[in-house]
Unconditional design. Structure first.
Length: 369
């Protein structure tokens, strides 16, 4: 019954006296999105609560959900474009199943799509939108540095779902702005902080000219990732704050004030440090923070005081009070100081769990809730 309730809520169904669930999954995968025999769920007068009772309250509001989605990398755009060339009907079906929320029970109905600004670790070649060294006026700026199939695939996705929210962020700033001068690894030189903000603004403008309205932008993907084998840029919170503060008025004063600036975009383990310091120093420019799941625990991200207290009790019961204090302080400090800042779980892919059903439960408990 617990799973049925989660499915009903995730599908956004209206609660009635007798409600029908059309498709089910079972823990052992013997049934996946399988049409059920239309069992009714009957709501009754409130009585004593039993172990298997589901109590529905429409008087309590929890967090607002911006949506669920995925990232359109260069590699995924290539795969989709190749499918389009080989079998247009199948291509249209795939896009509809991914992005058309009205396409039956099996559709993912994605409403958010992330896009790398320039090359990522899923690109065939390294590029930015301004590879001319020293061109701080952006005379040679062009989105055509990206492969053409990226834009054609994105155009088709927007045609399927015109309301999709496009979130964009760079894996690396242009190489000539960095030390060393490479897209892979290194750091943004401080003298280019303002120029980089203009680069990000120029990207938003050019995407709009192509027909792609940006919903949110992040100055840097994984700013604490120094990996030099693919496009990355190390960026301390002090620098991200400066870039965000320079970018905000550019957006506000040039017809794209609705674009949100999201900070951090990295792992849970520093949830009480980097994003807290970033919001403390530049909160007026940033709408909130985004998190990845590859380091730390979900408790570091969670903003619920009730959840913090539950973590505290678990820590005390395990006698690991030092670790408990560290986790709870990181969680609570963000909640107390920034209760109105948005929180995004923006990347959690390629994780390895114990079994399929345990993974499903973990994602429902910690990512999709």
């Amino acid at each position: 019954m617990r799973y049925v309730a989660l499915f009903a809520f995730s599908a956004g169904l209206q609660l009635t006296a007798a409600q029908t669930i059309y498709d089910i999954n079972t823990w052992d995968r013997t049934k996946l999105l399988t049409r059920a025999s239309d069992p009714a769920i009957n709501f009754v007068a409130k009585g004593a609560v039993g172990d298997a009772d589901i109590v529905v309250s429409d008087t309590t509001d929890y967090q607002q959900m911006d949506g669920f989605g995925a990232t359109l990398t260069d590699s995924s755009a290539l795969v989709l474009s190749q499918l389009k060339s080989k079998n247009l009907a199948n291509y249209n079906t795939v896009l509809s199943r991914l992005f058309n929320s009205a396409d039956g029970a099996a559709t993912a109905g994605f409403g958010i799509l992330c896009l790398s600004l320039g090359a990522s670790d899923f690109s065939a070649s390294a590029y930015s939108f301004e590879d001319t060294a020293g061109d701080s006026t952006f005379a040679n700026f062009s989105l055509d540095g990206a492969p053409a199939y990226l834009w054609s695939t994105l155009k088709d996705i927007v045609a399927v779902n015109p309301r999709i929210k496009l979130c964009v962020l760079p894996w690396s700033s242009p190489a000539w702005m960095k030390s060393p001068a490479s897209l892979n690894g290194g750091a943004l030189q401080s003298q280019y902080n303002g120029v980089f903000a203009q680069y990000l603004f120029k990207t938003v403008q050019q995407l709009k000219a192509k027909g792609f309205a940006v919903y949110a932008i992040n100055p840097q993907n994984e700013p604490e990732n120094p990996n030099a084998t693919y496009p990355t840029t190390s960026m301390p919170y002090t620098q991200e704050a400066v870039v965000g503060q320079a970018l905000r008025p550019l957006l506000d004063n040039n017809g794209v004030s609705s674009v949100k600036i999201i900070g951090f975009e990295h792992n849970w383990d520093h949830a009480g440090q980097y994003p807290v310091s970033l919001m403390s120093s530049a909160g007026g420019s940033f709408a909130g923070a985004a998190f990845h799941c590859y380091g730390g625990a979900v408790s570091n991200q969670d903003l619920s005081i009730g959840w913090t207290c539950r973590i505290l009790l678990q820590c005390i019961s395990s006698f690991n009070t030092r670790e408990c204090h560290k986790i709870c302080m990181q969680t609570e400090v963000y909640r107390i100081h920034f209760p109105n800042k948005v929180v995004y779980m923006s990347e959690c892919a390629g994780t390895i769990g114990s079994d399929w059903w345990s993974d499903i439960k973990w994602y429902m408990d910690n990512v999709a809730r």
